[in-house]
Design a protein around this ligand. Structure first.
Ligand code: NAI
Length: 217
């Protein structure tokens, strides 16, 4: 059975990440305060929903004057655990795995890919990208996860191997969460799981486009 380790509902967690990104952008533009109404308009989220989400954690605004953006940013970072660096290990050094290791935006957000794991001997021993992220053999996974203090695992292997990779990751005691890129439902206990699926986003989008084309309400 899939475990729900976190008590915070997944949609709330996703909205908090959206608030954080918006707050960062606003701060960069020189803004200092924002009302839940304005934040809601920017994100197409009801202001009542924003207040409700933030009230989970005690609320941060003063009635009438809105949220101080610096304070809100710090508070969101504390809530989401993004005021620190998370070491990440990616299983599968293919297109997705190497693209992730090359993506500097993740590092900027505090997610540091420190290792890739693969079963292909031709890839093992090589490095990826300007930070020279090493590729280790998947059989060394638990040992390297321990040595490199990796707490998040990413699954970037073909769908048919995703569950067995997840099982192996969970057995490495340090792993606390998994991001799954494989287009298949995987089941894990004891760790949190997030699926990333671009195809689902495309299908959801074309469903909306197609609904308009055929006049479905
Ligand atoms: P790829 O074929 O380029 O790379 C897969 C890598 O995994 C290879 O290096 C292979 O040697 C390795 N591998 C296979 N089985 C393994 C195992 N048991 N243990 C360790 N390594 C293993 O594949 P690509 O294009 O990088 O895709 C990876 C996954 O991501 C696939 O499941 C694909 O369907 C999915 N994908 C997901 C997207 C998304 O939006 N979530 C977008 C595109 C692909």
């Amino acid at each position: 059975m899939e475990s729900k380790k976190s008590k915070i509902p997944s949609p709330v967690a996703k909205r908090l990440a959206l608030y954080h990104r918006c707050v960062e952008t606003l701060l960069k533009s020189g803004k200092e305060m924002i009302s839940s109404k304005e934040l809601g308009e920017r994100l197409s989220i009801k202001s009542s929903q924003i207040r409700k989400d933030l009230s989970y954690f005690g609320g941060f605004g003063k009635r009438g004057s809105g949220y101080n953006l610096n304070y809100l940013k710090d508070a969101l970072e504390n809530i989401m655990g993004i005021n620190r660096t998370w070491n990440v290990g990616v299983v599968g050094a293919g297109n997705i795995g190497t693209a992730l290791a090359n993506y500097q935006g993740l590092l900027k957000d505090g997610y540091k890919i420190v290792a890739l794991f693969d079963r292909n001997d031709k890839k093992v021993g090589k490095t990826v990208g300007p930070r020279k992220v090493p590729i280790f053999h998947v059989n060394e996974m638990c040992q390297k996860i321990r040595e490199l203090s990796i707490e998040i695992g990413v699954i970037a292997v073909p769908a048919e191997y995703a569950q067995s990779v997840a099982d192996r990751l969970v057995k490495c005691a340090e792993i606390k969460g998994i991001i799954n890129f494989a287009p298949v439902k995987i089941y894990v206990e004891k760790v949190d799981l997030e699926d990333v699926d671009i195809s689902i986003s495309f299908k959801s989008l074309t469903f909306k486009i197609w609904s308009e084309v055929i006049g479905r309400k």
